[in-house]
Design a protein around this ligand. Structure first.
Ligand code: FES
Length: 184
């Protein structure tokens, strides 16, 4: 009867090689898989990175401010958080394709201002701040006009990047050289 020679057999060594092989297979799978996954989620990553938010079809707009409440993601370091923002958009004139988008955050102490169509003004109830349809201060303590956001029109739809504000400090320049009508 033949006997099997087990003198060179080392179970620990064999387990070591098996683990090494598994590790190598895992690394190879990751090398192939990561670019494929990155390719698949790239549009999503791009969307978060660009922060563009769709407001809707531009044909919805008139020359009166229309309210939009948007949600978007911001990132500080590794921490992502959802933010909510209220905006007003309108056409610059009844038949104009030029769009104006304004933040509702009062430039005094940051309360939300709202459009009052019947009074033709933005009103901030915190300290009676009043702005005209262009966002210029016409009453109360706000030190400067409402901020604007750059409208992005693509394929008939309006988008904004809510992290990209235009602070209207230079009123002469940003309001077409009309200057401020601030009275209070
Ligand atoms: S916060 Fe708007 S007027 Fe003070």
């Amino acid at each position: 009867m033949n006997k099997v020679d087990l003198s060179g057999y080392d179970p620990k060594r064999r387990a070591f090689f098996r683990r090494g092989l598994m590790l190598l297979s895992g690394l190879l799978a990751a090398l192939v898989g990561i670019p494929a996954i990155a390719f698949l989620i790239e549009p999503l990553v791009e969307k978060i990175r660009s922060n563009e938010v769709e407001l809707g079809p531009i044909e919805e707009l008139t020359d009166r401010p229309r309210k939009y409440v948007i949600r978007f993601m911001t990132q500080t370091g590794w921490v992502k958080s959802e933010k909510v923002m209220t905006l007003y958009a309108r056409r610059a004139a009844p038949d104009s394709d030029e769009v104006v988008v304004m933040s509702n955050i009062c430039t005094h102490l940051g309360c939300p201002a709202r459009w009052e169509d019947e009074n033709d003004r933005f009103f901030c109830p915190c300290h009676d701040g009043i702005y005209d349809i262009e966002g210029r201060v016409i009453g109360g303590p706000p030190p400067r006009p409402l901020d604007r956001l750059k409208p992005i029109v693509r394929d008939g739809y309006l988008f904004v990047d809510p992290t990209d504000y235009i602070h209207q400090i230079d009123e002469e320049k940003l309001l077409g050289g009309k200057g401020s009508t601030e009275e209070g």
